[in-house]
Write a protein that binds this ligand. Structure first.
Ligand code: SF4
Ligand code: SF4
Length: 333
């Protein structure tokens, strides 16, 4: 289905304004990490490796609002850590929606049913539930049995209460095209989620067990085979051009400044996958980062990256710059 029409309109207006302002670099969505603490201990997670004094820290609602005001992005993704552990996450969400932003709340869903009453459905609000595969695969990925069933129950309950629910699934070296298809069919057809995001796992700096992550050729082979004849049937919440990129049908350059990451440390340089220092403001991040030094072909650490935060904005910007791609994005089912 591509990016939902309501988000396309908000994004389209914002991108048009940036074009008229002749802005060279600007944020489209901010990955806010209001805490690094989590109620799970997934093997692939680098966030929970921080020392206890860091894991205790929280961004306040005011800090998050100030960061969003300063950078001016129209969309925000609240992640972590587990954002539902944050005691003010409901207020933070409400205040961000009051400012007219599109808000995604990324969660492992363990606390979703317990905290659902603190939230209200809103056309600009979506839960984004982390589901890495079917029961056995997901529970292995998060290193705890029973998490898949709780996440599925939470998705059903949120849907029954009128919330938009999207999912986020990361694939690793051990996944086969059949694994990709089975989880997407389950989320799309059985669970009826509103949109699905997929990404190849990438061995970012703090990730343990880098041998489990996909190289670019392996990721492209996996997605090409998994998508064969099926891609347009699924409500993938990503632009057609980004999906082409995942399949190896097109190349894109990384634009990490468009999906920056903000946490208790400040604005992370250059993206949420690497930490070459932090800036106090988004504008400082823009001005003090040598953006040409990053991306595949520029920095060896980026060699196998196809991450959403680097390449989905590139796809969106290319789509907006091409009438043909814009029509394709709007008409994608
Ligand atoms: S749920 Fe997310 S933040 Fe928590 S341990 Fe797993 S990957 Fe890390
Ligand atoms: S390619 Fe871009 S998004 Fe990926 S790690 Fe490098 S700078 Fe970050």
């Amino acid at each position: 289905m591509g990016i939902p029409i309501g988000q396309q309109i908000i994004l389209g207006r914002y991108l048009l304004r940036k074009k008229l302002e002749r802005a060279k670099r600007f944020p489209i969505l901010v990955e806010v990490e209001p805490l690094f603490a989590c109620n799970l201990e997934c093997a692939g997670c680098g966030k929970i490796q921080y020392p206890p004094e860091i894991l205790k820290k929280r961004l306040s609602v005011e800090q998050v609002l100030a960061a969003m005001d300063e950078c001016g992005a129209p969309m925000v993704s609240l992640a972590g850590g587990e954002p539902l552990v944050h005691p003010e996450i409901d207020q933070m969400t409400r205040r961000l929606l009051d400012r007219g932003l599109v808000v995604f709340l990324c969660t492992n869903a363990l606390l979703l049913e317990k905290k659902l009453h603190l939230f209200e459905p809103h056309p600009r609000f979506s839960w984004t539930v982390h589901i890495d595969g079917m029961r056995e695969r997901h529970d292995a990925s998060v290193c705890r049995n029973g998490v898949f069933d709780r996440a599925v129950a939470a998705v059903k309950r949120a849907k029954r209460h009128g919330f938009q629910v999207t999912t986020n699934t990361t694939f690793f070296k051990s996944d086969t095209p059949a694994d990709v298809r089975s989880v997407l069919e389950f989320l799309n057809d059985d669970l009826g989620v509103d949109g699905m995001m997929i990404s190849p796992g990438f061995a970012y700096e703090k990730a343990p067990r880098p041998e489990e992550f996909l190289t670019v050729p392996a990721a492209r082979k996996l997605f090409r085979e998994a998508f064969r004849g099926r891609r347009d049937e699924w409500r993938l919440n990503q632009s057609p051009l980004f999906l082409d990129f995942l399949e190896g049908k097109t190349e894109l350059e990384c634009t990490p400044w468009a999906i920056p990451s903000y946490s208790i440390f400040g604005w992370q340089r250059p993206c949420y996958l690497m930490a070459d220092g932090y800036a106090r403001t988004y504008h400082e991040l823009l001005e003090t980062t040598n953006w040409d030094a990053y991306g595949r072909g520029n920095d060896p650490r980026c060699a196998n990256c196809m991450a959403h935060c680097g390449y989905e904005p590139s796809a969106i910007l290319a789509t907006m710059g091409s009438l043909k791609e814009a029509i394709r994005a709007v008409t994608a089912r």
